[in-house]
Design a protein around this ligand. Structure first.
Ligand code: SF4
Length: 322
């Protein structure tokens, strides 16, 4: 199926997915990939589907959605592989323009050192780049790139792209326990992101069965630590962890607001106190959520934080570094 949805997406609102790559052709074979191991690990861009065919599929879906009164906020290239391997990505984006819907591309960024790939991505309104590690050994371990790929060229390509890109650039860092969640790796990622200056830097964890069974999401404490490390260098860091949360919609219901904000980022103790007082509630709400195992309290650098409890985790000690 070339198109799917529209489906709700926290980052993109109602998003109509475009699968412009057959499963599973990619430049990486990430250990956490939810599509499984990469079957064709390749670097060469090629033609997969006729752009006219993609246009006609998207056109049909948009027509149906509009008839049902549904809105579509974004047409999103989010295939079962790497979307920039499609030689016709730029041409397809151009063909979709008359539909007057914003266009997003979620890419691993591995081919961004190529000028034609940068040109294609420039045509999108919103681009997400994957940055799990900027350290050679860790990068190879987590993303298992095609052998000829070079990390330096990719990182330079990203910086080059950002200099001329007028759309919204975001990044996504997927955390895997014991692979890239150490202090050294995240400090290096934060340094690179502070140069890249994405509009938002998202932190995510594997929430669906990964390509390699041994891969686990880190504990809440480690995710909080990762958040704090990135947050020191960047203004806008958010979780992207499966819960739908909107930190900016205050409902006045203390419990709901606490859960939706902590689904996006950890809260300091004083922020929780402030929220409770605004909602005319007291600390018993926090105690109840902790008792119900929906919230946890954690300390980082002498400060208390309140975190949403994530699925399938048991508590464990912080690993030191990679
Ligand atoms: S880049 Fe995306 S599609 Fe490719 S292996 Fe990694 S997670 Fe899977």
């Amino acid at each position: 199926m070339i198109t799917f949805g529209p489906v709700p997406s926290r980052r993109l609102g109602q998003s109509l997915g475009i699968n412009n790559i057959p499963p599973k052709v990619c430049t990486f074979s990430c250990v956490y990939c939810q599509v499984g191991r990469t079957l064709n690990l390749q670097l060469e861009r090629q033609v997969f589907y006729d752009p006219e065919k993609i246009l006609s599929d998207v056109h049909d879906k948009v027509k149906k959605a509009r008839k049902m009164g549904e809105t579509i906020d974004y047409l999103s290239f989010v295939p079962d592989g790497e979307p920039t391997l499609d030689k016709n990505l730029g041409r397809t984006i151009e063909l979709l323009r008359p539909l007057e819907i914003k266009i997003a591309v979620i890419t691993n960024g591995s081919l961004i050192w190529l000028e034609d790939v940068r040109e294609d991505l420039m045509k999108a309104d919103w681009v997400s780049l994957k940055i799990d590690s900027v350290m050679e050994k860790t990068w190879r371990k987590i993303n298992r790139p095609q052998k000829r790929l070079q990390l330096d060229s990719i990182l330079n390509g990203m910086l080059k792209f950002k200099r001329n890109y007028t759309g919204e650039l975001v990044t996504e860092t997927m955390l895997s326990e014991g692979v890239n969640d150490g202090v050294d790796n995240l400090t290096a990622v934060a340094d690179f992101l502070s140069r890249l200056q994405p509009v938002k830097a998202y932190l995510s964890i594997p929430t669906r069965p990964p390509a390699e069974k041994r891969i686990l999401p880190p504990s809440e404490e480690v995710i909080n630590r990762a958040y704090q490390i990135l947050n020191k260098k960047l203004d806008r860091v958010e979780y992207l962890i499966g819960y739908e949360g909107n930190a900016f919609a205050f409902t006045g219901k203390a419990e709901e607001d606490l859960l939706s904000i902590t689904a996006v980022h950890p809260m300091r103790e004083e922020a929780v106190i402030q929220l409770l007082s605004k909602a005319k509630a007291n600390w018993s709400v926090v105690r109840r959520l902790i008792d119900q195992a929906k919230l946890i309290e954690s300390e980082y650098e002498g400060q208390k934080f309140y975190l949403r409890r994530f699925p399938r985790r048991k508590q464990r000690a912080l690993p030191d570094t990679d």
